[in-house]
Ligand binder design. Structure first.
Ligand SMILES: Cc1ncc(C[n+]2csc(CCOP(=O)(O)OP(=O)(O)O)c2C)c(N)n1
Ligand SMILES: [Mg+2]
Length: 517
């Protein structure tokens, strides 16, 4: 068989059976192999950043790597920003980058570039396949690497793909995470039961339901505080799950949350740092004199470590679970507050909530704490344009779960083509597109960093009006039915309609910006 068929067949046998792709000439044998190995679901994306972001959403929800197929260096470059977010989320992704045939490289044809150099910026492993014979084995090595929570990139020269002489390779048994060291658990127990104010700082897999329950038991049994990282890859939330506050984005607020601590114990999170540096402000958010210790790193079995710690320091303690509550949104023109209440009040059970609402999302964490239980996915790497693709990938991973994506206008426009793929794949994604006609957060940041009011020319760089994008028309044009709402009652009604009908919907919500221009 040819290389491409062995590659696709072996990926499917290893459980990698979805490939988000944007192919070109050098990938035609891979595309052809989709008909030879129909167990692989090919999902076409119209921009590589949509494909890579979708693989991130897919991996966060399924726990399995998706494959991504990209076209040489430029295709990979277009996909890098969302691979950066996926790397920050520790999402498993297998990236296959088609390359020129080995004999073609020396001619320096127009698409020739240093693919490996680009791939290394985001990948835990990079390999260029050298022979058709070994291709499927190379792919299994990449799948195993991805399953360690990283991007694994396989560069696939066209001739390695098209030549005969390939063989299928067996899947490797997935290795579980490394257990945390017993001495770390004992040391954390000593800190949490000793003198001084202590905080358990949670990230990564500490934010699964199992991790949160264990952490809540520890808090209930010892009185120590809990805090979650600012932008989790995935966090279980809502009624029936412990509600744990997240570290604030703004350094001043984060500083207040951490003030007075003597100890911070890390569980799957790194020590808190400011998102950006500001003149005269500290980057390190750990208070002076506060000690930092590690219960478990992200690569460890954080959930088991938390459970062992709970058994040591809080035997018999019960987790504190969020109670269900619904607060109806006050009717009238939408605000960031009523937006959040309307979304919480209508949220279906077991939803996946993708939050790239930026400034318009500030009331979401509070409103959603007592909503029906859900999985929250956030912007892990600060590279905007992640929300719509992640929602698309999450919906492919969990066809039975409703996905609601709360998406800011500026961010949406980086990867708006995701809507077309949602329409084509008939995915149950409801997008609340928050149109505030601004890069509102940058208005705040301009004031904070430039310490003064914005000049007219600067203000124009942060304003999306004139013309204000019409998302209802863009969405309809890409095949996703859409409507526009400006009041909380209309948003509530539109959400309920969208959840009741299969397929994707977009609701353009007109919300005044939190920071006026
Ligand atoms: C890839 C990338 N490019 C640029 C930025 C800088 N940036 C941060 S927020 C932002 C604008 C966000 O606007 P919007 O998504 O509309 O949210 P709002 O601030 O209006 O709530 C920009 C351009 C970024 N974070 N990532
Ligand atoms: Mg905006």
């Amino acid at each position: 068989m040819i290389g491409a068929q062995a590659l696709v067949g072996s990926l499917v046998a290893a459980g990698v059976d979805v490939c988000f792709m944007n192919p070109g000439t050098s990938e035609m044998h891979f595309v052809h192999a989709l008909d030879l190995e129909p167990g692989m679901r090919g999902v076409l994306a119209l921009f590589e950043g949509v494909a890579t972001g979708a693989a991130d959403g897919y991996g966060r929800i399924s726990g399995q790597p998706a494959a991504v197929l990209l076209h040489l260096g430029p295709g990979l470059a277009n996909g890098l920003a969302n691979l950066h977010n996926a790397r920050r989320a520790r999402t498993p992704v297998v990236v296959i980058v088609g390359a020129h045939a080995t004999g073609h490289v020396r001619y320096d044809a127009p698409l020739q570039s240093d693919i490996e150099a680009l791939a290394r910026t985001v990948s835990g492993s990079v390999h260029t396949s050298g022979t058709t014979r070994d291709l499927a084995q190379d792919a299994m090595r990449a799948v195993a690497a991805a399953r360690r929570g990283q991007i694994a990139t396989l560069v696939l020269p066209a001739d390695v793909s098209w030549e005969e002489g390939a063989a299928m390779a067996p899947a490797r048994a997935p290795a579980g995470p490394e257990p945390a060291d017993a001495s770390q658990i004992d040391a954390a127990a000593a800190v949490l039961t000793g003198p001084g104010a202590a905080l358990l700082f949670l990230g990564g897999r500490a934010l699964t339901e199992r991790g949160l329950r264990a952490a809540s038991r520890i808090s209930a049994g010892t009185g120590i505080r809990l805090l979650a990282e600012t932008f989790p890859a995935r966090m279980e939330r809502g009624a029936g799950v412990p509600n744990i506050e997240r570290l604030a984005y703004l350094a001043e607020q984060a500083g207040a949350q951490l003030a007075g601590l003597d100890h911070i114990v890390l569980a799957g999170a790194r020590a808190p740092v400011s998102f950006f540096a500001y003149p005269g402000q500290p980057s390190d958010l750990v208070p002076d004199g506060c000690a930092v210790s590690v219960l478990a790193d992200a690569g460890h079995d954080v959930e088991a470590a938390l459970e062992q710690l709970a058994d040591l320091v809080a035997p018999g303690a019960e987790p504190v679970l969020a109670q269900p509550a619904t607060v109806a949104a006050p009717p009238g023109p939408l605000s960031v507050g009523s937006l959040a209440l309307a979304i919480a009040a209508s949220l279906p059970h077991d939803a996946i909530v993708v939050d790239e609402a930026n400034t318009s999302g500030i009331a979401l964490p509070g409103a959603l704490a007592s909503a029906p239980r859900h999985s929250l996915l956030t912007l892990t790497g600060g590279s905007i344009g992640q929300g719509l693709p992640v929602a698309l990938g999450a919906a492919v991973a969990a066809p039975g779960r409703p996905v609601v994506s709360i998406e800011a206008d500026g961010s949406a426009l980086y990867t708006i083509q995701a809507l077309w793929t949602m329409a084509r794949e008939e995915l149950n994604v409801t997008t609340v597109l928050v149109n505030n006609a601004a890069y509102a957060v940058l208005r705040m940041e301009l004031a904070r960093t430039a310490a003064g009011s914005a000049g007219k020319l600067a203000a124009r760089m942060l304003d999306l009006s004139g013309p204000t994008p019409n998302f209802t028309e863009i969405s309809t044009g890409l095949g996703v039915p859409a409507c526009r709402v400006a009041t909380a009652e209309d948003l509530d009604a539109a959400l309920r309609r969208a959840y009741a009908e299969p397929g994707p919907h977009l609701i353009e919500a007109i919300v005044p910006p939190l920071f006026a221009g």
